[in-house]
Design a protein around this ligand. Sequence first.
Ligand SMILES: [Zn+2]
Ligand SMILES: [Zn+2]
Length: 368
Amino acid sequence: MAQTQSLQCPGCAAPVEYDPQAAKLKCPYCQTLIEIQSDDHAQPVVEMDFEEARRRAAGQAGEALGGLSDKAVQVECATCGAAVVFEPPEVAGQCPFCTTRIIAEPHTPDPLIRPQGLLPFSVPKPAAMHSLRAWLASRWFAPNDLKRVANPDRLEGIYLPFWTYDAEADTEYTGLRGEHYWVQESYTEKVDGRPRQRTRNVRKTRWHPAAGRVHDSFDDILVPASKSIAAKRLDDLEPWGLEKVEPYTAAYLAGFKAQRYQVDLDDGFGAARERMEPAIRDSVCADIGGDEQQILTLNVAVSGVTFKHLLLPVWLGAYRYQQKVYQIAVNARTGEVSGERPYSAAKIALLVLAIVLAIALFAILKNY
Ligand SMILES: [Zn+2]
Ligand SMILES: [Zn+2]
């Protein structure tokens, strides 16, 4: 495996961490800053051939399979099943997804498709905390206990796995083109008890058969490869600014964890294919033209599929409230917050009581 940059401070030999603000490695003891060196294998972010990677995954492991670095270790959470990779001296601690203490023995990571690129952390932890506090303050229904999550120690920096796919789609379709036209209809209406003959304009649609072929190009369809966080949570963190993706270099992971992908390359493509569908239908409707369209058959041939495996940075907070785990995620590039929260029964009861009282008061005043 390729040599990765030493993660020791040249001054005091302490382990260094990636510093989002300086965009360099930093020694937490003597504050020495060290420039990131690309790993030997780091190339410009390249698209990988999908069919070739599939064949390789089915057969023997190829050069794209490996670990995140030569020193990384992996642990699995016994409660939620997430596999997390990190660099010593970082320790497993608690599971960033479900807050369970991880007691499993660290081991060498199972081989995986190496990431082609990542977006390094650029929002430091205090700034992420600030976004989180503002988000919590704007949630009226959040129980007071929720505020306790706003504890910086509870936020963990983790790289989440994603796939992106590029593809070409050639679609043959049959359908119907609807054209609107107007007709005058006469009808009878009763005026002063007597029937009167009237006319009105009514819109009708004339349908014509349509058939043809359309082409769509897809670039960077982003699919989460983590099942530990609801897809909705992750969608809410967009946009990521994927044009800023850096070639994968292990040094960016120093001081952070990285989640191993849970959705494989094939299933990820299935999800990408679903995300392509609405755009294909739009192209077909535009090609059919007219005022309304019906699609009867679609025959989609997908070709030229390439993919990238990316790691995207998130500050993750998870907390337990009345036996339930809630997650809050902060996009570590933009500070965007996405989270779930429990509704406070006490606060809702108070609101309902206030509304009932207001109605009662209104009724009393009306009768005066
Ligand atoms: Zn040092
Ligand atoms: Zn867990």
